[in-house]
Write a protein that binds this ligand. Sequence first.
Ligand code: SF4
Length: 290
Amino acid sequence: MKITLSQYAGFCEGVQRAYDIVENITKDPNVKRPIFVLGSLVHNEDVVKKVEQMGVQKVHVEGPLEDFFEKIKDKVGTLVITSHGIGPKLYELARQYGIPLVDATCPRVIKVQRLAKNFFERDTQIVLIGEKNHKEVRGIFEWAQKIAVLIETDEDLCGLVLDPNKKIAILSQTTQDQEFVTRAAANIAKKYPHAEIIDSICLTTHHRQTEIKELAQKNDVVIAIGSPESANSTRLWEIARRVNPKSYFVQRPEELKRKWFSGCEKVAVTAGASTPGWIIADVMKTLKEL
Ligand code: SF4
């Protein structure tokens, strides 16, 4: 059985950067302890465990941000912001409460946050295509002062009503499905021809999604590796499935089933941006032994 591993499988630059930042600060005696990270560093259980083993604890925002800071003010030495980014208010409150931040927001996410802020300041209606409950989307939404219109589904698209006399800008989550964004943006531009479409899907996502379509066509079976909580990993699987129904999603090598490969000559392997290299290596090893 010929096994082809995607050239983009595993950590993207933004996730690798965030992981390295966390690893480095745990070795730096000048960083105030205890170190906490705002939510999961990445949506992957194994990476989260590794981060915990480095001595970094996880903290979640529950309720209003002011209450959150009241609760953590005497417990947190340093707070790490993940690659997904956060809204402006958290920076402000961290400053007020004197809690040092280590900002691991991916520079490509920062770019979209800045665009949202600028469009808001220029009185432009912002349409943000992405998952409403995703951390990155919530952060960008806050930079748009919570007035962006969120589009996650075709139903949202059908119900979209904008003021035709105002400027419109279309932004998207950096890891969104390209096909959906292209279709949604074209649909909006048809109704509102003056809408400005900004391609904010990150290049890494673009390469991964383009490549997986090709791999799914050329191979008998596709294996996508990632955590079910990782939107970009499950999205790769969904894209592969549209092209090749014999596409399977696994979190770990033990989940591979021999029957998936009966009569299979060529298998392609991909992995989401939050899947660590050590899990990919384990899956590859198991596949070779099948
Ligand atoms: S997918 Fe792109 S935008 Fe998101 S963290 Fe990775 S490099 Fe950054």
